[in-house]
Design a protein around this ligand. Sequence first.
Ligand code: GMT
Length: 376
Amino acid sequence: MKIGITCYPTYGGSGAVATELGLDLAELGHEIHFISYAQPFRLEHFRERIFFHEVEMDHYPLFEHPPYSLALAVAIHDAARNQGLDLVHVHYAIPHATSAWVAEEMLKGERDLKIVTTLHGTDITLVGLHPSFQAITQFSILQSHGLTAVSEFLKERTVEDFAVPGDRIRVIPNFIDPRIFRRDKEPCHRATLAPEGEKILMHISNFRPVKRIPDVVEVFARIDREVPSRLIMVGDGPERPRGMEKAQELGVSDKVLFLGKHQSVDELLACADLFLLPSKNESFGLAALEALACGTPVIASNTGGLPEVIVPGETGFLHPLGAVEEMAESGISLLKDQDRWTRFSKAARADAVERFSNDRIVPMYEDLYRFVVNGA
Ligand code: GMT
């Protein structure tokens, strides 16, 4: 098939999933056309059957807010027409599902462009609920020929808050490539990240308030008092200063390393002993899955779709939102018992590969594409 993929190209789970999906689909023989304002961040190397169409934006002085949604609609329209796309798969509803619908309308009578929309998180749980977006989000979702949500939790939210019939949404969870996310990565950066004898705790995100960055630092500080450790903070965003302040306040600044954005998180996760994700809400938690696949147990909040990813007591621990003391206690108990940690690490890897490997999940998207294009 010829498939267009639209996503946010910057660091973030939905862009990562969209890019990995495109790469896997190309390997399976499909022709993939990424359509976005910049090259997706995990799309570094040349790959056969992968194309990139940049959305052109002219900054006319009249536009205080340049209409990206319209420029994207034109780019999808042009790619569909010139490349003969069978469908366009948009990741994150706002504004991608709307732009795809405009492109479909523009092509009416000339060619039939099918739209698949994958709902990822705040497009449903936060941004999409805002009065300025709710109606258009609902309309655009309902116009899509295929709809997926990355967790049961997100499907339920979409049904409840956007009155989308449940049978229109397929839950297709996020996935990992077990060849990339694994424990035995070479070279291992352990020695560079922490002195010998110290454990490595890690957090990866876009540092938005929903990630509760101060909680990450607080859990770390409590663990460090009992088990000497380092905290490696990967990514960047508005909450980075608050995280740094918290580290200062708790006297652990010299043990917290803010690495900034990183392309190959697999190299870092393979050295971590514990991954922390105490988010306020997380429709799936791709970073947690990537950690588990690298054999790194996860301590997270019991919110959103995280219980669908982490098996408490086997691959990690789930605690109520903000329960930093309980989170730290779980971390300490695991890090102090090497045999137990090894059991968790092996179970984390095994469960991630069994339930979420690309070999299992990507065919679910292919199946949906066939259904949408051929009606069977
Ligand atoms: O929804 C967002 O906030 C953005 C999005 C992203 O691009 O990072 O994150 C969501 O999609 C990821 C990929 O499906 C999920 O792993 C994240 O849990 C989800 N974020 C939230 O629900 C906050």
